[in-house]
Design a protein. Structure first.
Length: 336
């Protein structure tokens, strides 16, 4: 890639100008997006004005904002040069991460595969997955670095999605032999018996979010075969009792709905060669009134223990939809 950039400061701080020249006009079209919607997104988020003339983009605005917009555009162009598409979430991720998304530290050999071009990338069979916020990047690092990792925060922050992606990455890389995904089936209770079908048919609706994540990372036929061969298991938390989970990537999702005894039971399933991840949202506890959440107890008891990490997310890390962040902030501010 050979992008030329010219910076032109002026007497007005609000009128700093950076001129970028892109060698491939076809990629520039993809960079700008249909009806220049990608440029509009960058303009709105960073408070700059971008003018396109031929194969050049002129960025006008405050110096810091203009420089950040230039970095975002250059990073997105590099993404297109590597043969990958640019979507709304990718733009949002580049804006949030900025230069902090570059990795300059040392890495273990097992992690080298997910670091390319200075970015954290999780390789799966169907796609490359990238953290889109600083908290997500730190979370992914902790998943690779620790045998037991907790991800705690509101809905839409990528806790489960990134954990499943890391699990698939470890599985296809031969670092684990199995993937085991679990959730407490709290909503089911006694009503499970009234649902049609066998036990799998009754449980599957509660496990569907985990299937959805796996379908993003593995081809359908391969996923079906791995489930059939028990190399990938998706089961309610209650089914974990009595098992020793060795050489496996184990995820407990919606952990705020596990009781203290269930959490202890789950955590003590950890076997040799395994990685365990626990995710949850403390604001969405569905346990009966007066029942203590096992996530709360684990957080209180296990902090400070070596090889156990805690990663926290806020509404600023929501990547599902911009409105989700506003909804979470509104509820938090009203203490509902």
């Amino acid at each position: 890639m050979a992008i030329s950039a010219v910076s032109s400061p002026s007497s007005s701080e609000d009128n700093h100008k950076i001129l970028l020249e892109f060698p491939d006009n076809r990629l520039l079209i993809d960079l700008c997006g249909e009806f220049d919607r990608n440029l509009s997104q960058i303009e709105t988020e960073l408070g700059v004005h971008i003018v396109r003339r031929g194969n050049q983009l002129a960025i006008h605005g405050e110096e810091d904002a203009s420089k950040q917009a230039a970095e975002v555009l250059q990073a997105l162009y590099q993404r297109l040069e590597s043969g990958r598409a640019v979507e709304t979430g990718d733009i949002d991720g580049e804006i949030r991460m900025g230069s902090s998304g570059k990795d300059t530290g040392t890495r273990d050999g097992d992690q080298l595969e997910m670091f390319k071009g200075g970015k954290v990338e999780i390789k799966t069979r169907k796609k490359l997955v990238e953290p889109r916020t600083k908290a997500q990047k730190a979370y992914v690092r902790s998943l690779f670095a620790n045998e037991l990792a907790f991800g705690i925060g509101p809905a839409g922050t990528g806790k489960t999605y990134l954990a499943v992606a890391v699990g698939v990455n470890m599985f296809i890389g031969g670092h684990v032999d199995r993937i085991i995904l679990s959730r407490p089936a709290v909503e089911a209770g006694e009503r499970l018996g009234f649902l049609p079908g066998d036990m799998k048919d009754k449980i599957d609706p509660y496990m569907q979010p985990l299937y959805d994540a796996l379908n993003d990372f593995l081809p359908g036929k391969q996923l079906a075969r791995l489930v059939e061969e028990k190399k990938i298991e998706i089961a309610p938390l209650a089914f974990m009792r009595g098992r020793t989970l060795s050489n496996a990537f184990v995820l407990l999702d919606e952990a705020q709905n596990a009781t203290s005894m269930q959490m202890k039971m789950f955590l003590t399933r950890l076997g040799e060669g395994s990685r365990m991840v626990v995710t949850g949202d403390r604001s969405q506890v569905d346990l009966p009134r007066g029942t203590q959440s096992g996530l709360h107890d684990a957080e209180k008891l296990l902090k400070g223990i070596e090889r156990i990490s805690f990663s926290y997310f806020t509404s600023r890390d929501v990547v599902r939809h911009s409105l989700v962040a506003k909804i979470i902030e509104a509820y938090d501010s009203n203490d509902v």
